[in-house]
Design a protein around this ligand. Sequence first.
Ligand code: GDP
Ligand code: MG
Length: 302
Amino acid sequence: MHNNKTQDNKKSSNITIIGKPNAGKSTLLNRLIGQKIAIVTPKVQTTRSSITGIFTKDNTQLVFIDTPGIFAPHTKLEKAMVRCAWSNVAGADQVIFLIDVTKEFDDKSIEIVNKLKSRGILPIFVLNKIDRKKSNIEAIEKVITDIINDATLYKISALSGKGIDELVEYLQDKATGKEWLYGEDDITNLPMRFLASEITREQLFLQLQDELPYNLTVESEAWENLSDGSVKINQVIIVNKQNYKAMILGNKGERIKNIGTKSREEITIVLGLKVHLFLFVKVREDWDNNPLSYEYMGLSIN
Ligand code: GDP
Ligand code: MG
């Protein structure tokens, strides 16, 4: 494995990123890793399960976990998502509570702080989107320091990268783990077939309106490495209503063609290989109640 000379002073830390939907958690993860592994859209509830991103610098390995947002869940899937976010808090060495400074630090946010506090967790408060004109930085800082006087606070723009180096330095400095769980060059432990289906789901979120993206899931069914070095991927978009299928296909199949083209371009970048992508749409009325769908997403159903 690793040679003993560097092994001696190795450090590591598991860092979970939580926050409300759209705070910028996935954007932050991608920024930290320097590569896109978590999908990002302007819509809420894009991230459904925990996405691990690994960043190794010098003797320190930081393992970040991006989580679904913390919000009041209604459906079974939403409940599983919020449960997933909280369950990743328990195993973390450090917790980043990411806050959107363009929004109010409302009662729900205070509730999250109190819930963390009651579990003996002091999060690192990271104020995000400081590139935006509309900003409540001072008001948010005040509310936080009223609850925790000596709160650790950072201000960043996950989008532009401002403030990220300072945050990483702090995380490196506070790392207390002694072991590396991953190789020096690893950036994620997620299977490529999962990442590829997430990229298609991102396109579906970006190109479809209203409730449609929330009523579908994507799975990579077949993955074949061809002799010319390219890869052939079959993915199935699973929807819970027949009329959704028609909406995804679009007029003369135009829409699914666009989705496939964009997704293939993105997957090509991530894999660094030529990609042949084939998309299929299937109706499975109860996919959002099916343990296998949850397993694929990395969620537990109960
Ligand atoms: P998540 O739900 O917390 O994972 O949030 P996302 O990472 O998916 O981001 C939600 C939206 O906020 C996307 O449209 C991002 O481009 C945007 N966003 C994230 N970070 C920043 C930032 O630092 N500045 C600005 N202006 N927008 C951001
Ligand atoms: Mg996200």
